[in-house]
Write a new protein. Structure first.
Length: 338
């Protein structure tokens, strides 16, 4: 079965009542220096361009009167096609799940149009989806398409006024479980049945010395215990994680991939300058992966030098920001232990 896009005016082809912006979309964030443009493209496809000199994040968001109808415990795929000038300007996407819940993630597009995919599960209480996307850094963002596809269940569900899957009244279900009269044609001959059985209802008293309960794991193996009845537990070893990125530092600041550090007891970034020019690095932290705060002062990493960066303050997401007056190559490690 082909997937069906559920986002209204996802290609920005239809104008609003004023005729100056796509119908079903609102401007989000920005300030008096931010410029939104509705661009004409080849054929029928159009796009939204956001010029962002700096300051607060700036983007677009689905209007409140055209949300994507959704329910809880569903699977969805979000697809966003965009590009930035220059390449690597940080971009955010945010999905609002009802009144209070939301998901957010960061993107780093290239200078050419690029499609990003995100699969998500709707939590309990979800009644609808609203999608927002925009630019965080200084530069220009062009958005060509924002689409959402229901992966499971594929068919459109009927929801009640609370956003729950509609189910017929329980009395109608009870009718199915009721006695169904059956008419038999012709006489029914009698059937004689004799039952002979001895039934003993006495049960002896249970004692720990003679009786017990054996508990099994989901794999079918029994769970071990000590002679006094205590459960034997094996302590698992520590978990180590390692991510490596090879990047090119240029005059415009660029971020490394954001890392969720909430499950690690210790973690650090390491940077090896594999190029021939010096680079400047600093660490940033964020509570939700889209809004960032500088955590360490800029540090120069000379050619051939390995430097280690550890945050001064704890927030859930960490990343490095790197730049160089003359382009140079860097290898960035993120290592954590839990």
């Amino acid at each position: 079965m082909d997937l069906v896009n559920q986002v209204y005016n996802s290609l920005f082809n239809y104008p609003n009542e004023m005729g100056n912006f796509p119908d079903g979309w609102d401007k989000s964030g920005g300030d008096q220096t931010t410029i939104w443009k509705w661009l004409e493209q080849e054929g029928e496809s159009r796009a939204i361009e956001i010029e962002h000199p700096g300051g607060p994040k700036a983007g677009i968001m689905q209007a409140v009167n055209v949300p994507v109808q959704a329910g809880e415990n569903q699977r969805w795929e979000l697809r966003i096609t965009l590009n930035t000038e220059p390449a690597g300007v940080p971009v955010y996407a945010r999905i609002y799940l009802g009144a209070v819940q939301q998901l957010a993630f960061s993107l780093t597009p290239s200078a050419e149009p690029q499609t990003f995919n995100k699969v998500l599960a709707t939590p309990v209480g979800t009644t609808a989806l609203r999608i927002e996307a925009g630019i965080l850094g200084q530069g220009k963002l062009v958005i060509y398409d924002i689409s959402a596809y229901r992966l499971y269940p594929l068919r459109v569900l009927r929801l009640d006024d609370k956003g729950q899957i509609y189910v017929r009244h329980v009395e109608s279900v009870g009718q199915i479980q009721g006695i169904v009269p059956v008419k038999i044609m012709g006489p029914v001959p009698p059937v004689n049945v004799e039952v002979h059985a001895d039934v003993t209802g006495d049960i002896r008293n249970l004692t720990p010395a003679q009786d017990g309960v054996r508990v099994y794991s989901s794999s079918g193996n029994n769970i071990l215990s000590s002679p006094d009845g205590s459960m034997l537990v094996r302590i698992a070893g520590r978990k180590f994680i390692d991510y490596v990125e090879n990047v090119e530092a240029a005059s415009a600041p660029q971020p490394s991939s954001a890392r969720d550090v909430s499950n690690y007891s210790v973690y650090s970034f390491a940077v090896l300058n594999t190029g021939s020019e010096a680079a400047q690095m600093n660490l940033e932290v964020s509570p939700e992966g889209t809004v960032w705060s500088v955590d360490t002062q800029a540090q120069t990493v000379s050619p051939g030098e390995l430097s280690v960066f550890t945050p001064n303050r704890f927030l859930r997401f960490n990343r490095l920001v790197y730049r160089a007056s003359i382009p140079t190559s860097l290898t960035i490690w993120f290592q954590g232990q839990s």
